[in-house]
Every structure is written in structure tokens, then in C-alpha cells.
Design a protein. Structure first.
Length: 313
């Protein structure tokens, strides 16, 4: 009985991080529509990314100016990797993929990230085996993602370049989630987020040099453009990265990564609300499978978990 009492407060204290992860993926689900609006207004994928990360970095620098450098060159390299995989390459690859293939293809491939994260963690940390609950829950949720994505289209058009860019984005986010493991045990979430934004901006500059489009100041002053950029910079980047970093630190990369399956649900709802797109029975089935998959994975994981929990806290 005493052991049960000692576990419950810990599980309850982590609930706030589960909620934070949900808020983050909800913002990222909505950010796709914002990005589409900005692309339609003439901004390029690189320009959209630089605008949102510049805004986010300025705010994190004002709130958390010190320390500026990490404790070692190894950690600094890991932060560089965070900036590349969780920033520049991820977002630019994802946005460019939309231009070369169907949105449904991009969404499906990018949501493979939680499964890739699970595989990477299992390969890197021998003490962490892939649990039955994680496998079952992930597969159920992935089926749900497929239903949601193919809600409005039952045909799959393949463009190798666009699909490869989508796969690159999925791998990048998985690497970013895994790299957060050692950093989150040493540095604060604010510091990690600021460093990620900094290196994300620096590593995006080469892409800007080869970008042939150039936005004008008048475009940025258009209310619709300015509003969407502010949402992407302040909420989808600043707030969401802080929430995501805190979730990875306290409940682990694998559990946090599984919340990415909720992103297509948010996109589906917002598309129906803002773009008047109809939701078919397949879409509703997909939403149910996603919710059921995440819940099933958590329940089965609890029932089969041993006394030693390998997830970092």
C-alpha cells in the first residue's frame, strides 16, 4: 500500500507535461494551415521559417540571456544538432515537400517520427526495450493517422522528391527528440529552447542564399500575413518548444513523441472549420483510432511495466 501511495503523486505530477505535449502538437497541427496561408501570400518556405524562429529567438534571448554557452564542446555540438534536426532542416524540408507532393503524403510520412524515435532509442539504449504497449499503441495510432490523412483522398500519388523530403523531416524530428535526452538532464528547458532557435537560424542562412524569392516589407504588414507569422513565432515555436522540451524531460522521448499522432486530428478539425472541408466517416474513424492507440499504448505499458522504469525523469 505504501508503494502505491508513493507512485501516485509522481504520476499525477507528470500530468501537466502530458497536457503540455498535447498543447504543443495542437499548435503544430494548426501551424500547417498558417504556413499554407503564408505560402499563398508569396512567402517562401525558407522565409516563413526564418521569420518564426527569429521572433521566437528574440523572446527567449530577452527572457533567458544567460548563460550564453554550454558547458562543453560536446554539448554545443548537440545543440547544433538540435538546431538542424529540430529547426532548419526539419521545417524547410517539410515546407518544401508540400510543393512537390500531396499534403496527405507529407502528413503521413512525417507522422512516422514517433515510431522512428522508438527505434532509435531502442538501438542507442540497450536497457530500454521496445515495450509491447508502445508497439501496439503506435501501430493502432498510425492506422488512425492514415485514415485521417486519406479522409478526402483515397488515392496516393507518389513524387519521389517530395516523399523523400517528408521522410527526411520525420527522421530529423526523431533525432531531435532523442538528442534532448542527455541535454534535458543538464540544462533548463529555456536554455535548450534558446540554443535550438539560435542554431536553427544560423544553419538556415545557407538556404536563404539559394532562395530565389524575396518578400517585401509591405507583404509583412498585411494583417493576415503578420497575424500568421506571430502565431507561428510566439505560439507554434516559442511556447510549443518550451512545452515539448519539458515533456521530453519529464515523461521521455517515446511517450512524448506519441502525442504527435494528435496533430492530424487538429488539422482535420481546423480544415473543416476554417476551410469548410467535409469530414467523412473515415476521418472520424481515424480520430478514434489515434485516441485509442495512444490510450491503449499507455494502459498496456503500465500493466507490463517492470519496477525499474527506464524512461528519464
Amino acid at each position: 500500500m505504501s508503494r502505491l501511495h508513493s507512485i501516485r503523486p509522481h504520476e499525477g505530477s507528470n500530468m501537466i507535461y502530458h497536457i503540455g505535449a498535447l498543447i504543443a502538437v495542437s499548435a503544430w497541427g494548426g501551424s500547417f494551415i498558417c504556413t499554407k496561408v503564408l505560402l499563398n501570400n508569396g512567402l517562401s518556405a525558407v522565409e516563413i521559417y526564418l521569420c518564426r524562429f527569429l521572433i521566437a529567438y528574440i523572446f527567449t534571448l530577452l527572457i533567458c540571456p544567460r548563460p550564453f554557452m554550454s558547458r562543453s564542446l560536446r554539448d554545443e555540438f548537440l545543440f547544433l544538432l538540435c538546431g538542424i534536426c529540430g529547426g532548419s532542416v526539419y521545417f524547410i524540408a517539410e515546407n518544401l515537400a508540400v510543393e512537390y507532393t500531396l499534403v496527405s503524403n507529407v502528413s503521413l510520412i512525417v507522422t512516422l517520427s514517433p515510431l522512428i524515435t522508438t527505434l532509435i532509442v531502442a538501438l542507442m539504449y540497450k536497457s530500454e526495450k521496445i515495450g509491447r504497449g508502445v508497439v501496439i499503441g503506435s501501430l493502432i495510432a498510425l492506422c488512425g493517422v492514415a485514415c485521417v490523412i486519406f479522409n478526402s483522398s483515397m488515392s496516393l500519388e507518389v513524387n519521389p522528391l517530395g516523399d523523400m523530403l517528408s521522410l527526411l523531416a520525420a527522421v530529423c524530428w526523431a533525432v531531435y527528440s532523442v538528442v534532448l535526452r542527455p541535454l534535458s538532464s543538464t540544462y533548463s528547458t529555456w536554455f535548450i529552447t534558446r540554443k535550438t532557435f539560435f542554431y536553427g537560424l544560423i544553419t538556415a542562412l545557407p538556404f536563404l542564399l539559394i532562395d530565389k524569392t524575396h518578400m517585401s516589407l509591405s507583404t509583412l504588414l498585411v494583417p493576415q500575413v503578420a497575424g500568421n507569422i506571430l502565431f507561428l513565432g510566439l505560439f507554434a515555436s516559442l511556447v510549443s518548444y518550451l512545452l515539448w522540451g519539458g515533456a521530453v524531460k519529464h515523461i521521455g522521448a517515446i511517450k512524448t513523441g506519441n502525442y504527435l499522432y494528435f496533430s492530424p486530428i487538429v488539422t482535420l478539425i481546423l480544415s473543416a472549420w476554417l476551410l469548410s472541408e467535409k469530414v467523412s466517416i473515415i476521418g472520424y474513424i481515424g480520430c478514434s483510432l489515434i485516441l485509442g492507440g495512444v490510450i491503449a499504448g499507455e494502459k498496456i505499458g503500465k500493466s507490463s511495466r517492470t519496477n525499474s522504469d527506464a524512461t528519464p525523469h
